[in-house]
Design a protein around this ligand. Structure first.
Ligand code: NAP
Length: 253
């Protein structure tokens, strides 16, 4: 029989994690959302909340056992490089079913001028190759350091939280999506942006910069996602993660 009130641990850090907590809480699930603790003002969410790292695979394994967690949904960001691997290994050790909730990546379409790279370092190196002079950098507050060596470019750096590094040849703006195409086009045009650097995060909230880039003929240096754990159940939307949770709970004896 499935547990009377099952406990689901959501590894959070995305809008989808917040939406999933609401959906499962409304369905009577005991939800624990785990936040890394890096965001100064995280969104309010339904259910219980814990903060901070677990202490690697061993710490997460211990947490799953001690808190009698029935299921894990890893809804961390597509660019969270470590947590998805820790989650898959710890859940496997504890015998707890796990699912990776990860939205689909963006795909280039007709008119896009993308160069795809595998890292921030490769993105910095690609700027000279595409003849970039004025760059919109949208890769996050911790991602400026690799671009410090790019003396031939000027950067408009947009982030949600204040930057960890600054450069003399940059202007920083703090903004949180969602963004619309008209404003993105106006921002790029007013700063005469010729190149956008973006992680391939996917999703609709920040997609407008890609449409604006296409319309303005702006080059895009697109950073591919880090490798995901192999052999883990995957859901690409919140409804799919809810369906996975319901069917997996129903199958628990
Ligand atoms: P990461 O490389 O996968 O994680 C680094 C460490 O942070 C993990 O080993 C873990 O520490 C802790 N951690 C990460 N997510 C956690 C969570 N949900 N609950 C508890 N501990 C967590 O990830 P990151 O790139 O540093 O990102 C940190 C957080 O920010 C993630 O939750 C992610 O979803 C969110 N985020 C990341 C990006 C990005 O571009 N990387 C963008 C937006 C949001 P222990 O090993 O001690 O358990």
């Amino acid at each position: 029989m499935p547990p009377a009130q099952p406990t689901v641990l959501i590894l959070a850090g995305t809008t989808e994690a917040t939406e999933l907590a609401s959906a499962l809480d409304a369905a009577g699930v005991d939800v624990i959302s785990s936040l890394a603790g890096v965001t100064s003002a995280p969104a309010e969410r339904a259910g219980r909340v814990r903060r901070g790292g677990f202490g690697g695979v061993a710490g997460l394994h211990r947490y799953l056992v001690e808190n009698r967690v029935d299921l894990v949904v890893d809804a961390t960001h597509p660019f969270a490089a470590r947590m998805p691997h820790h989650a898959a290994r710890a859940a496997g050790l504890a015998g707890v079913p796990a699912c990776r909730l990860i939205r689909d990546p963006w795909q280039a379409t007709d008119g896009d001028r993308w160069i795809e790279v595998d890292s921030l370092d490769e993105a910095a190196a690609a700027l000279a190759a595409v003849g970039a002079r004025r760059v919109l950098l949208t890769t996050g507050r911790q991602s400026v350091a690799p671009f410090v060596r790019c003396a031939d470019q000027w950067f408009l750096v947009r982030s949600i939280e204040p930057l960890e590094h600054e450069m003399p040849n940059m202007t920083a703006i703090l903004e949180r999506g969602p963004y619309d195409v008209g404003r993105e086009r106006a921002l790029m045009a007013s700063h005469r942006i010729d190149t956008l650097v973006s992680k391939n995060s996917g999703g609709s909230a920040t997609e407008a910069k890609l449409t604006a880039s296409r319309e303005l003929g702006v080059n895009v240096v697109m950073i591919r996602r880090p490798p995901q754990p192999i052999g883990v159940d995957t859901a690409t939307s919140v409804p799919a993660a809810v369906a996975w949770t319901e069917s997996t709970l129903a199958s628990l004896c």
